[in-house]
Design a protein around this ligand. Sequence first.
Ligand SMILES: [Zn+2]
Ligand SMILES: [Zn+2]
Length: 344
Amino acid sequence: MSEQGSQYRYDILQKRWVIIASERGKRPQDFAVPREEVETVFCPFCPGHEEKTPPEIAAIRDPGGRTNGPGWRVRVVPNKFPALRVEGEPEREAEGLYDRMNGIGAHEVVIESPDHRSRMCDREVDDIALTLRMYRDRLTDLMRDQRLKYILIFKNSGSAAGASLSHPHSQIIATTVTPRTVALELNSCREHHHIKERCLICDIIKQELGSRERLVTIDDRYVAFCPYAARFPFELFIAPRFHQHDYSKASDHDLRGLAAVLRDVLGRYREALDDPPYNFILHTSPNANVRPRRAHYWDTIEFDFHWHMELFPRLTRVAGFEWGTGFYINPTSPEDAARYLRSL
Ligand SMILES: [Zn+2]
Ligand SMILES: [Zn+2]
């Protein structure tokens, strides 16, 4: 098979083809990102402004701090303009041929640091670890809610990535349905396990550690690599090297290791791509406590799924072809992207 020119590559998790247009061979300096900074005069996430957010759900505070007052290091509040509301029942019903449900769910904001200007890649590893522990603790808490099928944790950094406030924060959205993108991955993993009795993501990690051509950074617990069928230039996949299906099971020690890897790759993004806007998302197992549930509801999930983070700088725009087909065209091959990121 030719290494030159474009290639179709199949994404075995998402069951979709991606076009790697490597003849475009875009290098980091070829991406110019328009940078309009969202700067508000008044920031509701800054210390001293706690009363400007809805009352907090959780926080990590220095000793002596009071609830809804300053002195916190990480703070979680309900989204002031939530996409979904907490109270009520889904009440799924038919409307002729169609189906509908009430907009039940949770929409929370994790304020990652009291420091308005701090970037995740500049913070101390222990500080990033506090944010990652808060994700875990919120996940654990939200999974007690039997109505919620899936809890997605994600970060939009920079206005081009969808952030509407520049204070460092991430979001949690819990839904009464399993999102399609997640369900596809869950099904791919279940099928692979059903046939091979192995975890698909453990198998992917093993292959990436063997070939090393898409590897970016690795330590004894975690690995970050550019996925074979990367949708976006410099897209990264971060996962524990040991099998673990549910992020809420990660220990404090594990999350400190994850914080170190995250800080490392975000530092590489900043250096290679001039501090780009980016998104990351956490794909963990669905809520096993959901009621009522179908027979065999994700009943091999513990063995077949493997939590991971997907991280990508926002360098390209999704346009007509992508919207019309579900295809992605990636102008930088994942092998080239990994080589650039490794070389820093
Ligand atoms: Zn602020
Ligand atoms: Zn695994």
